[in-house]
Design a protein around this ligand. Structure first.
Ligand code: HGY
Ligand code: MN
Ligand code: MN
Ligand code: MN
Length: 427
């Protein structure tokens, strides 16, 4: 096994049992949970083992610095650095690669560059950093890419600090108990100035690399793709309120059941999205209150995820869904309230940086295509402030946010080799 194959796969193997979810399957690694903290500690140990200077900023982002030889390791020498990274938190019951593949591949790519530096074939005159962003999935506090949104000012710290998890803990309290000072959170000019280019390597989500357009005679797609754009996407919560009551003593004619209203809306969401080319709309989370088997719910919270390349279409779809929800609620004797939780416009990655990624990647993988993605990423949030780009590593089934998410060892190694070449060319 060569260095890249060994390192990235052995790094992932080392964290393979952290945060396993034995009820849902896969992994549940919510931000600042024991498992995600254990992963943060694993990352910091791996970074320190590579003599990287590790620190956590006011927004909870971990920075592992590989300063230029002989530099004073200060803000000035780190300005405009070459930064790569991803996240370690997961969705509930998620896969092993979404996030950790980017972090492990960056560690392995640094190993490749260190080997080139020690044999004299690489001179570094630009600082490098490896970053780990908190709450990329938004699984605990409801807003995706919370760390990168705080860093860029895309979310107001007061809104972020008041976000609550399912147990009612505020982000402020959880962040404080993890050593952060809520008063210092928010847009960080110095940190942003330190990012000259940002590259995120990520497991492919969706089947882009395995469609006939990209596969060879053996039906196999290239190991790697370069990101071109991220679909605009947002999250909304629709709360249906009715009359909580006893399941046994309440006649059917006497009910105002928000679960029945929510169920009707779920089917309508699919109907409206199917009628709109390129739209994706999902209800992945439905929470009845109080949630008893013998209880007619008093309220049902329904979370809606809508995505489309045209932000105006996303807005139109949400409005149509909300209008339908109001009609259904009225018919069922219920009411409904809509709350927007987060919204990200469509992102086109930096054209010059994307061309540079293509040039580097095509040396090793000439048929690596440009791929749009429907998945949000910290790289997409940073793109509003700094040149940002992505590399995707082939996922044979394209399935993600599921225990079935997978990357073959050789493709993971190819991703490291591509990332190492990209970083070297940008140094
Ligand atoms: O939801 C997303 O697209 C990302 O995985 N956070
Ligand atoms: Mn991810
Ligand atoms: Mn994800
Ligand atoms: Mn992401």
């Amino acid at each position: 096994m060569n260095v890249q194959t060994h390192t990235v796969n052995s790094l992932l193997a080392a964290i393979n049992d952290i945060g396993r979810d034995n009820t849902r399957g896969g992994y549940s690694r919510p931000v600042y949970s024991d498992s995600e903290i254990t992963l943060r500690e694993w990352f910091m140990a791996e970074a320190q083992a590579r003599s990287l200077e590790v620190s956590t900023d006011a927004n909870g982002i971990i920075w592992a610095w590989w300063d230029t030889p002989g530099s004073p390791k200060d803000e000035a020498s780190r300005r405009g650095a070459l930064v790569t990274g991803s996240h370690l938190d997961s969705v509930p019951g998620g896969g092993a690669f979404d996030g950790p593949l980017g972090v492990a591949s960056a560690l392995a790519a640094f190993d490749v560059l260190a080997a080139r530096e020690s044999d004299g074939s690489l001179q570094r005159n630009r600082a490098l950093a490896l970053t780990v962003f908190p709450e990329e999935e938004g699984s605990r506090f409801g807003v995706a890419c919370l760390g990168s949104r705080l860093l860029t000012g895309a979310i107001d710290p007061s809104k972020a600090l008041n976000l609550r998890d399912a147990d009612g803990n505020t982000f402020a309290d959880v962040a404080s108990s993890n050593g952060l000072d809520p008063a210092r959170m928010g847009r960080d000019e110095a940190a942003l100035a330190s990012i000259g280019d940002f590259i995120e390597l990520h497991v492919e989500q969706g089947r882009g690399l395995n469609t006939e357009e990209h596969t060879d005679a053996a039906g196999r797609g290239p190991a790697v793709a370069i990101g071109s754009s991220i679909l605009g996407h947002g999250r909304w919560r629709l709360s249906f309120s009715g009359q909580g009551n006893h399941a046994g003593t309440t006649l059917m004619v006497d009910r105002a059941d928000p679960m029945v209203a929510a169920a009707q809306l779920v089917v309508k969401v699919r109907e409206f999205a199917r009628a709109q080319a390129d739209a994706r709309a999902t209800v992945g989370r439905l929470e009845p209150v109080p949630g008893g088997t013998n209880v007619i719910a008093s309220r049902v919270d329904l979370w809606l995820d809508v995505r489309h390349p045209d932000d105006a279409v996303t807005a139109m779809l949400v409005e149509k869904i909300h209008g339908q929800a109001q009609k259904i609620a009225a018919f069922e004797g219920c009411s409904v309230a809509l709350t927007e939780e987060s919204l990200s416009g469509t992102v086109n990655f930096d054209p010059a940086l994307t061309r540079a990624l293509e040039k580097s990647v095509h040396r090793l993988i000439p048929n690596a295509p440009l791929l749009p993605t429907g998945a949000g990423h910290d790289a997409g949030v940073l793109a509003a402030e700094v040149p940002s780009g992505m590399i995707y590593v082939r996922n044979p089934s394209g399935i993600s946010h599921s225990p079935e998410e997978y990357v073959e060892h050789d493709d993971a190694a190819a991703g490291v080799a591509a990332l190492a070449d990209v970083l070297e060319d940008l140094l």
